[in-house]
Design a protein around this ligand. Structure first.
Ligand code: ZN
Ligand code: ZN
Length: 403
């Protein structure tokens, strides 16, 4: 049994599962007979968690997303979610785009996918990272039903953002996503410029907290991160341009950083063919260079680092590459700790997710090799995972099963 936090592997164990939870863990458990899977001295790891995904952004060309109706979008999302589960991600946090319907479809077993924590539509100010209108478009908020309209909503001013948060929570958002700086994939907003006033961000945080949840903020520039932290934002998404002083503040506030490094690697290969402009490509190369440095700065400052991917389009197959990229500056144990325990803490499900212990939710991967020695065992679309268990049910298994 691999424990990334203790950076250790236990001796051989039996793991008992009942009612979707780990029931008992020990050596040669007596156990009342049930289905038995013989893992034959392979390695077991808690189910992985990805804290930044967009299962509905099935096209990296955002103009084309405007032509994707909810029906087609759901079918594509179903395929994307299934791929994630088969790579060993038993839980994912949506960072805008997923709605309660797709979450329900997974819970009802209509889609084989990870359990979802959804953000609903992200809040963006007018002209912000979630405002995808072209410069020739003077329409107010569109009432269209397509993939982009599911991804963000424009809300301005104290009353406007308050209502937008309440609307998203009404429709089942588990957490609220906001855009507090420019972004790479939006054509018209400068990367480092802050978005939203501190007053607006504070109201968003207040409304989320009143409902017992929290705010995740897309942010690149150090100043945007600082303002978000001072207003009570709990998780900083991307955070590539964070500096030492801001990292110290994040540590003091016990906030989390969720880096998403793989998406820049993939976009660098594919952005041009997806119609990205020169200014978008310039933004991309700047955040890509800063990405690994942000991990070093945050580790040094003691910031809790989650793990996310932020992939778009047909690039979801690269999801597990995030481990290898993080592995350039962190140990495998640190990377896996982020993808299990820390991500569970982000979801406020510590002790229940991302851990193999009695009473926790039974999400479990069986691996051919020790991941603390070789993160490559998590690559190749789950090929080196002979068994995956989610909620105590076998998702896939090529191991010997007996009754
Ligand atoms: Zn973002
Ligand atoms: Zn994102």
């Amino acid at each position: 049994m691999v424990d990334p936090e203790a950076e250790s592997v236990s001796g051989p164990v039996d793991i008992g599962i009942a009612g979707g939870r780990f029931a008992a863990i020990g050596y040669e458990l007596a156990g009342n007979a049930g289905e038995v899977i013989d893992c034959d001295r392979r390695y077991v790891l808690p189910g992985l968690i990805d804290c930044h995904v967009h299962p509905f952004l099935a096209d990296a060309n955002f103009a084309r997303l405007g032509e994707v109706p909810p029906t087609l979008m759901s079918a594509r999302a179903g395929r994307i979610l299934e791929g994630m589960l088969l790579r060993g991600f038993t839980t994912v946090r949506d960072a805008a785009g997923a709605d309660w319907g797709i979450k329900q479809a997974v819970e009802d077993g209509l889609i084989a996918g990870p359990r979802l924590f959804i953000a609903g539509r992200a809040l963006s100010q007018t002209g912000g990272h979630g405002d995808f209108r072209s410069l020739t478009d003077d329409r107010d908020i569109c009432h269209c039903q397509h993939a982009l309209a599911f991804t963000s909503r424009i809300a301005d001013g104290i009353d406007g953002v308050r209502k937008a948060v309440r609307e998203e929570l009404r429709k089942g958002a588990d957490q609220i996503k906001i855009m507090v700086s420019g972004g790479v994939s939006s054509p018209h907003d400068p990367l480092e410029r802050n978005q939203y006033s501190p007053d607006e961000i504070s109201v968003i945080v207040e409304e989320a907290q009143r409902r017992g949840t929290y705010v995740m903020a897309h942010a690149y520039g150090a100043d945007a991160i600082r303002v978000a932290l001072e207003c009570g934002v709990r998780t900083i998404e991307h955070g590539n341009m964070i500096d030492e002083a801001t990292a110290a503040l994040a540590a003091e506030k016990e906030a989390f950083l969720v880096p998403t490094l793989v998406t820049y690697e993939v976009l660098a290969d594919t952005a041009e063919e997806n119609g990205w402009s020169a200014s978008m490509m310039d933004k991309l190369s700047r955040v890509r260079e800063a990405g690994l440095q942000s991990i070093r700065i945050c580790r040094e400052a003691g910031v809790k680092l989650g793990l996310g991917t932020d992939l778009l389009g047909d690039s979801f197959d690269h999801q597990s590459r995030e481990f290898l990229i993080r592995g350039r500056v962190e140990s495998p144990a640190q990377v896996l700790h982020s993808a299990t325990r820390i991500n569970a803490e982000i979801l406020r499900r510590e002790g229940e997710l991302g851990v193999i212990k009695e009473a926790a939710i039974a999400d479990l991967l069986v691996l051919e090799r020790n991941p603390l020695e070789d993160l490559a065992v998590l690559q190749d679309q789950g090929r080196h995972m002979p068994a995956i268990i989610k909620d105590g049910s076998v998702v896939k298994s090529s191991l010997t099963e007996s009754l």
